[in-house]
Each structure stands twice: as C-alpha cells, then as structure tokens.
Ligand binder design. Structure first.
Ligand code: IPM
Ligand code: MG
Length: 367
C-alpha cells in the first residue's frame, strides 16, 4: 500500500473550511486508489501568529520538507495589517515557499462551459479559455535584498529590490517550455524589458532556452500589454511565463475571467516537497459561514495527483466531477448562476467528492 504523508496548513479565514473538504476527498480516494494518506496539521499565517507570535514555525517547515506534499488553505487576516513585515501572516507563506524551494508556480485558468455567463466579460471573449500562468515563486522583488525602511535625506524611505540571476530564469523557463510542449506549443514570456534591466536579462535567457525547444513558439510581451490582452483576447494565450510579481498580478486577473477566483487551483513545484493551494485568499468577510467555494482546493488536489503522485486517473476523476456538478447547476455563492442550486462549502465539497469517487471507480472498471 502506497502511503503519502500530507501536511495540512489550514491557515486563516476560509482556509480551514476548504482544507477540510480537501482532506475529505483524499480520505474517500484512499480505498479506490489503494493509497493511504496520513495527515498532520500545523498552524500557519495568522493562526500561527496568534498561538506562537510567528507566522510559521521552524518545526512546521521541517515537517513540510519531510512530507510528500503540503496542502495549504489560505493565509491573511486584517487584524495583522499593521504588523511589521516579519510578523504578517503572508510572511509565513513566503517562508514556506523559500524553505521548500518551490520556484515553479502553476496557475491554470480554464473556463468551464457552464460558467461562461458568470464571467464579467462577454461570452464571445471568454469561451474556450484554457491558459496556464507559470509564475516564478522564490525570487524576484518578493525576496530581493536590500529591502526595508530607511531614512534618506531626512525622509521616510523604503525600497525593495528586483533581482534574478540567469540560473533562476533558466530553470523556470525550462519548466514553462516543457509544459507548453505538452499543451498547444505556444509560450508567451511576460516582462517589462522596455524599462527594467532585470527583464532584459530575463528575455535574453528565455531566448537561449528557446533553442532547446524547437517545437514551441515563443513570443515576448510587455506586462502592461499582457494585462490588456488578457481581457481583450485571452484565447491567444497558452502558457504565460513570468516573474514573481507580474505573475501574482496576472494570475488574479486571469482567474476572474473564468467566473470566480474561487475556482482556481495552483501547484508550486521545485526539487523538494510540492505545495498545493487554491489561488484565492483567506476571504475574511465570508470565513466560518460555510460559503466558500471548495472547487479551487479540490482542483488543486487534481493537480497533486497529476504532477506529484503520478495518478492521472485520480486527477481526471476530480476534474470530471467538478465539471459535472457545475453542469448540474450546483455552485457556491461566489458564482451568481441564475438557475442553479446554491450550496454551502461542505455540501458542494461532498457532492464533488461523491461523484469523483464514482468516476474513479468507473475508470478502474473500464480498464
Ligand atoms: C498569492 C498571494 C501571495 C503572493 C500573498 C498571500 C503573499 O497573493 O499566492 O498570489 O503574493 O504570492
Ligand atoms: Mg496573489
């Protein structure tokens, strides 16, 4: 029996509610997959600050390094908004990404057919969107030194540093090319090379890597133009490769095209333990009310089965179940579907999990 050790980090806001649905799905999948999932829960973000006055503990990072995968809900709580940087919930997530070395963040955005009307854009523009943002996750301006506050000419001043070396660019570029080669063969590298020297190096290295992948067509796009193209003609994109800050912004933009940020999963991969988390945040306004959309979390598990556990049949079963439930009209409150049945987090999670288990069992029966 294959055993997988999963560290769960429910975190803040709606995090615990969606992680609970993720754990329930894994438990239900264990039998049919002949796998056993062992769970160990640790506090992270605001939840950890409250208990231990730090946003993540070293023993948690160590447990994550030793595990087969980490499942994170969300971090962030308004009560810590005025804390210094090292005592903010977000710092816990950044430390975790750095500790695991998960430099490659995959954020797919795909429109489920039934949700074309839920998108804020016209149906003609969004139908058929299927793109993947590949965001560099452990470098760039998020981590560059020097960073901080200082006094300059008697003025309160602050700085951050955007820095990438060629190795950091090359390894994320390779991941993006490999993905594009398996998809529709088109890669758009997004930067700000008309202004930033970091982006000029980025472009040069991406061009060099392109020579290793003759079957992928590469184009470069400036980030401001990309922000515009995403709402003007999002179907032109297959894989978008970009740095940490631009990827943060563009992936939120891409997500809302698909109807709701509550739908979008993510995988963060490197050389060690992978991290899976929904793209959405902690949504404190709806926390604890059984309103959150569990789809992003469950779809993140589909990515886990695909990218880390080599069980594509499990990934397909989850994706099919999500699609079927949406087609049957079930949704959560973030999706304002006129003729649907609006369910709570738990009920929606249970529907998807129940259907996913059936689809999984059927897939075994047909082979
Ligand atoms: C994300 C979030 C994080 C980020 C925050 C919570 C640190 O916005 O995962 O996109 O900026 O990377
Ligand atoms: Mg973000």
């Amino acid at each position: 029996m294959e055993v997988k050790k999963i560290i769960t980090l429910p975190g803040d806001g709606i995090g615990p509610e969606v992680v609970a649905q993720g754990v329930a799905l894994l438990k239900a999948f264990g039998g049919p997959l002949e796998m056993r999932f062992e769970f160990e829960e640790h506090p992270a973000g605001g939840a950890c600050l409250k208990q231990y006055n730090e946003p993540i503990r070293e023993e948690t990072l160590e447990a994550c390094r030793q595990a087969d995968a980490v499942l994170l809900g969300a971090v962030g709580a308004p009560e810590f908004d005025n804390n210094p940087a090292h005592l903010r919930p977000e710092k816990g997530l950044l430390k975790l990404r750095a500790a695991l070395g998960v430099y490659c963040n995959l954020r797919p955005a795909r429109l489920y057919n039934t949700l074309a009307d839920a998108s804020p854009l016209k149906k003609e523009i969004v139908s058929g969107i299927d793109l993947m943002v590949v965001r560099e996750l452990t470098g760039g301006i998020y981590f560059g030194e020097p960073a901080g506050f200082l006094e300059k000419n008697g003025l309160r001043t602050s700085l951050n540093t955007m820095v990438y070396d060629e190795n950091e660019i090359r390894r994320i570029a390779r991941k993006a090319f490999e993905l594009a080669a398996k998809r529709r063969g088109h890669l758009t590298s997004v930067d700000k090379a008309n202004v930033l020297t970091v982006s000029q190096l980025w472009r040069k290295v991406v061009d060099e890597v392109a020579e290793e992948y003759p079957n992928v067509t590469l184009s470069h796009m400036l980030v401001d133009n990309c922000a515009m193209q995403l709402v003007r003609n999002p179907r032109q994109f297959d894989v978008i490769l970009t740095g940490n800050l631009f990827g943060d912004i563009l992936s939120d933009e891409a997500s809302v095209l698909t109807g709701s940020i509550g739908m979008l999963p993510s995988a963060s991969l490197g050389d060690g333990t992978p991290l899976y988390e929904p793209v959405h945040g902690s949504a404190p306004d709806i926390a604890g009310q059984n309103k959150a959309n569990p789809v992003a979390m469950l779809a993140s598990l589909a990515m886990m089965f695909q990218y880390s556990f080599d069980r594509p049949e499990a990934a397909a079963a989850i994706e099919a179940a999500i699609e079927e439930m949406l087609e049957a009209g079930f949704h959560t409150a973030d999706l304002n579907l006129p003729d649907g049945h609006c369910l709570g987090t738990k009920e929606m999670g249970e529907k998807i999990t129940g259907t996913a288990v059936k689809r999984l069992q059927e897939s075994f029966a047909t082979v």
